[in-house]
Design a protein around this ligand. Structure first.
Ligand code: NAP
Length: 355
């Protein structure tokens, strides 16, 4: 039967993509904006794109496949990585716990001796960077403060690493580490810039649904390099993170508002020394939680968000301006009310009238 005779006029035929697989045709309605695949006997399969009216197909059962937008699907081969965490403070430990729980081999180095904590997490702690690099990790993850990142990276004996090591960072700003990696690392190293947009406080009950931003800045073409990068990203995907691929520049533009603004408001509120009361409203509870969430991160982190994201300066000026505008609106209104009370409708001052 000719398809054109059974399909409505607003239905378009497109060549099927190579990823489309056919399934039995059962439903007669094609939702708007979706596509189905129908094999045409003597030719290759065609994809039918629905228009805005649901067509009724009067055809024998045929294979059908609804094409949904595909989420990021990473290779699921359970590749185990050897991951070296440089900077084993608050956030480094938080990440390492999950890496180890997923069965990856985790090594760590920090200027402070965290060997006891490391042992409890199943992580091998090194107090010497040379010894750590000689372990030839697949991934070297930089998790130091933003302010110390450059000094730490410069001090790493990268000549002891395998030439193809994948460098990853989790700094809360992105253009800065991207440029730093591109400037300081030899071209043989792969570079993946990431920002898990959560921390030990907001991610303490799991990472499901929390955003994970990444930018594959420089990943070699070979299968093993591509696979290694995917295996690393898969750690976060397995935990249910919302994977968002975004350029470092775009991240910084967006994060200034999302992150720096949140931290600034939290820290300003902290200066008011707010206390919980017996009559807390939901809104007030939200403010108290914001103070708790933002101030549990180090001041160094907050400072890094300001210094190393060029968009933060503009944002703090806007915030200042917005507070001034708000104050002006309130005081103008207050003055208006006072003026009305001072002068009666005849325009005489109430003081004169009293005399
Ligand atoms: P942080 O105060 O930003 O960084 C602490 C880490 O930096 C510790 O490992 C510390 O090592 C190291 N460090 C600081 N100054 C150093 C120096 N002069 N030389 C060598 N190492 C130095 O707090 P954090 O929360 O652990 O954050 C680590 C990184 O993760 C930051 O880049 C941050 O932006 C990013 N991040 C944090 C969160 C979060 O929620 N906390 C979320 C996403 C991304 P020692 O402990 O050995 O002193």
């Amino acid at each position: 039967m000719l398809l054109s005779r059974v399909l409505p006029s607003n239905t378009t035929l497109l060549p099927a993509s190579s990823r489309t697989r056919a399934a039995p045709l059962r439903c007669h309605h094609v939702p708007v904006g979706r596509a189905i695949t129908v094999p045409v006997r003597c030719r290759s399969a065609m994809t039918i794109q629905a228009g805005d009216a649901p067509p009724v197909l009067d055809v024998e059962p045929q294979p059908l496949k609804l094409l949904e937008p595909q989420p990021l699907k990473l290779l699921d081969r359970g590749t185990k990585l050897k991951i070296a965490v440089i900077g084993f403070g608050n956030f480094g430990q938080f990440l390492a716990r999950t890496f180890a729980a997923q069965g990856h081999e985790v090594l760590a180095y920090s200027r402070t001796d965290y060997s006891d904590t490391a042992r409890s997490l199943g992580v091998a702690f090194f107090d010497n960077q040379h010894d750590l690099c000689e372990q030839h990790p697949d991934v070297l993850l930089l998790s130091t403060s933003i302010l110390s990142a450059e000094a730490v990276l410069r001090s790493l004996p990268i000549q002891r690493l395998r030439r193809s090591t994948l460098f990853v960072d989790v700094l809360s700003v992105k253009e800065f580490p991207r440029n730093l990696f591109l400037q300081l690392l030899p071209p043989d190293f792969d570079i993946l810039c990431t920002h898990p947009m959560f921390g030990p406080e907001s991610g303490k009950h799991g990472w499901a649904g929390l955003p994970f931003v990444y930018d594959k800045v420089r990943i070699g073409d070979s299968d093993d390099r591509v696979e290694r990068c995917h295996a690393f990203l898969e750690i976060f995907e397995r935990e249910g993170c919302r994977m968002v691929e975004m350029s470092c520049a775009e991240h910084d533009e967006t994060a200034a508002e999302i992150q720096f603004l949140t931290h600034t408001i939290g820290r300003v509120l902290a200066k008011l020394d707010l206390k919980s009361t017996p009559i807390n409203t939901k809104g007030y509870e939200t403010l108290l939680n914001l103070v708790q969430n933002t101030c549990s991160d180090s001041y160094e982190l907050y400072n890094g968000l300001f210094i190393y994201n060029k968009n933060s300066t503009e944002l703090i000026e806007k915030l200042d301006g917005a507070l001034d505008t708000m104050k002006k609106e309130l005081f103008d209104r207050l003055h208006g009310i006072f003026r009305e009370q001072l002068f009666d409708s005849s325009g005489r001052s109430s003081i004169d009238a009293g005399n």
